[in-house]
Ligand binder design. Structure first.
Ligand code: GDP
Length: 438
């Protein structure tokens, strides 16, 4: 691989990259994703022959790449509240998880869900149409969720005669939209500019130009193809305020052999806990230290991020599901009120007269929600409001009957986000990011 600002030194250290794609219907998102999978030889052999067969049956000339992802649409249409399909693929240099979100205007919620854990958002536009209202929403949501890096794929360059001027125009408009947002977007290193809010790549998803291999039809483009760019972008390393271990289950076998055993099953969602580390259990505030980390495969010296383990502590504390075991460092807030930015996901508007279940990590408490303002989804400017409807973004004050143990989303995205659940139906009605905890 050529050396350049995007080229990391060691492929092994690049780690898994979580990518969310967003685009309006017909911009070519399915084709682009299919092309990435196909050209990077990541498509399973059986999927490939099924694809060729289906393409032939439907009268396409060669493998129709959109079918690769369209196969997922039926899965998506089974009434799943959160409509995001995750695809895994790997190249010689890196593995990827791609959250594919449908592009309909009303589907801000899908992007919110797909993007909340993404390192990179690939926002697709049709070179002919340029930056549309929908693109503004996608850029705004990516910035709001603090997705570390935004890549603009300017597709269908073949339909604008591969014109550099058109590409520059679209890329500049998108950069202006980002710069004008009320929430400052992240900035990344561009191959051509020192630092910018986004990198733009001119592509032809159908033919593959600048997707996996460099296009000979756009010699003016100085950057790398999309896949190479994705291979080399850093996985974001969210600031971690310290170890966070939500207790999923208290394990107390009642057999004679394990009479004194008491362990806490779960996994760290931030940081790492080592044997010997001092810990605080919240909300009680009691302290102890880690004496062992156990797994089905034997003991470990540490509970690493996302590894399912059973922790044992030196002291016999009263701990239950929903408690948070916290390592040294900044502690989360223990509070019954918080300000959050919510994306409302339900047809029925948010009501101040009702209570909802607030789910945060393994904790589940009851709360009420007062709307403070609504955010314009393309500028992120706020205006006073007292109601939120489907796909609205707004700032709210949450008040819970029992304390939440939370971080600010900006400090720790995973322990700073929560969902609201309808008490009667059990449906997820909102996804939220904690802005402040007082
Ligand atoms: P999606 O709705 O965003 O998933 O869009 P699709 O991938 O289904 O593509 C919509 C249409 O645009 C299809 O007919 C594609 O063949 C076509 N298309 C996608 N990418 C390109 C491109 O780069 N150039 C041209 N000319 N057509 C494209």
């Amino acid at each position: 691989m050529p050396a350049g600002p995007h080229t990391a030194t060691d492929p092994q250290t690049r780690g898994l990259l979580r990518v969310v794609t967003a685009g309006s219907v017909d911009d070519g998102k399915s084709t682009l994703v299919g092309r990435l999978l196909y050209d990077s030889r990541a498509v399973m052999v059986d999927q490939m022959s099924a694809l060729e067969e289906a393409s032939e049956r439907l009268g396409y000339d060669g493998a129709e790449l959109a079918l690769l992802t369209d196969g997922l649409r039926s899965e998506r249409e089974q009434g799943i509240t959160i409509d995001v399909a995750y695809r895994y693929f790997a190249t010689a240099h890196r593995s990827f998880v791609l959250a594919d979100t449908p592009g309909h205007v009303q589907y801000t919620r899908n992007m919110v869900t797909g993007a909340s854990t993404a390192d990179v958002a690939v926002v697709l536009v049709d070179a002919r149409a340029g930056v549309l209202e929908q693109t503004r929403r996608h850029l705004a949501v990516a910035a709001l969720l603090r997705v570390g890096q935004i890549v603009l794929a300017v597709n269908k360059m073949d339909l604008v005669d591969f014109a550099e001027e058109r590409f520059d125009e679209v890329a500049e408009t998108a950069a202006e939209v980002l710069a004008a947002l009320a929430v400052p977007p992240p900035s990344i290193c561009d191959t051509r500019h020192e630092s910018s809010h986004l990198v733009a790549v001119p592509v032809v998803a159908t033919a593959g130009d600048n997707v996996v291999t460099r296009s000979e039809r756009m010699p003016w483009y100085a950057g790398v193809p999309l896949l190479e760019l994705l291979e080399s972008l850093p996985a974001s390393q969210p600031a971690t305020p310290g170890a966070r271990f939500p207790v999923q289950l208290v394990i107390r076998p009642r057999t004679a052999e394990f009479r004194d055993f008491r362990g806490y099953a779960g996994r760290a969602v931030s940081g790492t806990l080592h044997v010997g580390d001092p810990v605080t259990v919240l909300p009680s505030g009691r302290t102890s230290s880690v004496t062992s980390v156990e797994t089905a495969d034997g003991p470990l010296t540490e509970a690493g991020l996302d590894r399912s383990v059973v922790l044992r502590l030196a002291d016999d504390l009263d701990i239950s599901r929903g408690d948070l075991i916290v390592g040294a460092g900044a502690e989360p807030a223990v509070t019954r009120t918080a300000t959050a930015t919510l994306c409302w996901l339900a047809e029925e508007p948010l009501s101040a007269d009702r209570s909802y279940r607030v789910r945060h990590g393994t904790r589940d408490v009851r709360g009420t929600v007062a709307v403070r303002d609504r955010l314009d989804v393309s500028t992120l400017q706020s205006s006073p409001a007292d109601e939120l409807g489907l796909n609205d973004l707004g700032r709210v004050t949450l008040t819970t009957t029992e304390p939440l143990v939370i971080d600010r989303y900006a400090d720790s995205p995973r322990t700073g986000s929560l969902v609201l659940v309808d008490e009667l139906t059990g449906a997820t009605v909102a996804a939220g990011m904690v802005e402040s905890t007082s």
